[in-house]
Design a protein around this ligand. Structure first.
Ligand SMILES: Cc1cc2nc3c(=O)[nH]c(=O)nc-3n(C[C@H](O)[C@H](O)[C@H](O)COP(=O)(O)O)c2cc1C
Length: 354
């Protein structure tokens, strides 16, 4: 019965403009329309990453709940952790609509939102009011498009929201803010992370800081990033954001500008993840994201080197129930493969991706 309701709901949402469908899905969650499974956890799935205790390693990727409006229901949706945002210091409209496309034939999406959000102050107020559960919540830090000092923006959002979250992510990998990804270069990244870590160290309760990177980086770029990340004292890396690549797509919307997410991103983002795991010798915690829609794909990311994973686009095609399926299915796969703990599986099949 639950699945029929979800199928009908998805079919209706897919008749609408994608951005409207996205807003409606958030509204439905807030009204508690979907049947929610609650927090999914087993002794095998429970894990710790960068000091964060996760009931399971399957998280919500940034960009779905940009303004932190649906935290309470999302905490009951099966996720082991949530990332909200991106938040910028000042509210921002983002790019003109339309700016989100479903690539149904490819089980993918292209978005060029450009950090539309209500601004750090509003988002921070919602984060402060959220129910306290065992599901950690983090904030994706962004920069205003018209900012004179983008590096300072990341630090400012952390200063504002940091006291109300469990982790934060420096997002220098969105393709939709011009020149943002240039901050992934050695000199810019070093000084950006230094500024963010200054704020982090001054917090009464310092939280882990992650860096989120693009999938469209060369091995040389990745080597530099691994080095800068390690020296900076950040907690880990999230790999990856959306791609500019359009290889192998079938959908009529494949020519749209923006970042591509979903199924076609899986291989590319997993290779970047495995490469980073190799470059950091498995010592820097990694979160794997990009194209996960099944438990087997989550398991592959973990064996490629991820301590935890995130997903977003799979919900567009498989509904919210995909979260519980991936988490519970992962538990089964770990058991079948003889792993007592998810942490024991991390990086065990990295070589296959290199
Ligand atoms: C509509 C949309 C908005 C996104 N917004 C953000 C964002 O604000 N910050 C960010 O770091 N990533 C953002 N992402 C990227 C996702 O967090 C994720 O890295 C990417 O979609 C790959 O995962 P997936 O294939 O499971 O969707 C967004 C993705 C989509 C589809």
């Amino acid at each position: 019965v639950v699945n029929i309701a979800e199928r009908v709901g998805l079919a209706l949402l897919h008749k609408l403009d994608p951005e409207r469908a996205h807003s409606l899905s958030l509204a439905a969650l807030r009204l508690h329309l979907p049947n929610l499974p609650g927090v999914v956890t087993t002794p095998r799935l429970a894990t710790t990453i960068a000091g964060l205790a996760l009931p399971n390693p399957v998280g919500l990727a940034a960009g779905y709940d940009k303004n932190a409006v649906a935290l309470a229901p999302l905490m009951q949706s099966g996720f082991g952790f949530l990332e909200v945002g991106a938040a910028t210091p000042r509210p921002q409209e983002g790019n003109p609509r339309p700016r989100l496309y479903r690539l149904t034939e490819d089980r993918a999406a292209i978005n060029r939102f450009g950090f539309n959000n209500e601004g750090a102050t509003s988002i921070c107020a919602r984060l402060a009011m959220r129910p306290k559960t065992k599901v950690p919540v983090g904030i994706n830090l962004g920069a205003n498009k018209d900012s004179a000092d983008r590096a300072a923006d990341f630090a400012a959002v952390l200063a504002c929201c940091g006291p109300h979250v469990d982790f934060a992510t420096v997002n220098v990998s969105s393709p939709n803010t011009e020149k943002l990804r240039d901050l992934q270069g050695r000199a810019a990244l070093t000084s950006l992370l230094a500024g963010v870590m200054d704020v982090q160290r001054s917090m009464p309760r310092p939280i882990p800081i992650f860096l989120k990177i693009a999938p469209d980086l060369t091995d040389d770029d990745l080597a530099q990033i691994a080095e800068v990340a390690t020296l900076s004292g950040i907690a880990g890396i999230i790999a990856t954001n959306t791609t500019l690549s359009r290889d192998g797509l079938e959908s009529p919307h494949k020519g749209q500008a923006g970042g591509l997410s979903g199924a076609p991103l899986f291989e590319k983002s997993t290779r970047v993840l495995a490469k980073l795991s190799q470059l950091t010798d498995g010592k820097l915690p990694l979160i794997g994201v990009g194209g996960i829609a099944t438990a087997d794909q989550a398991f592959q990311k973990i064996r490629a080197g991820a301590s935890a994973v995130q997903l977003y686009t799979a919900m567009v095609y498989h509904g919210l129930s995909v979260v519980e399926k991936v988490a519970k299915g992962l538990d089964d796969l770990l058991a079948e493969a003889g792993f007592a703990l998810v942490a024991d599986a991390v990086g065990t099949d990295r070589a296959r991706w290199l």
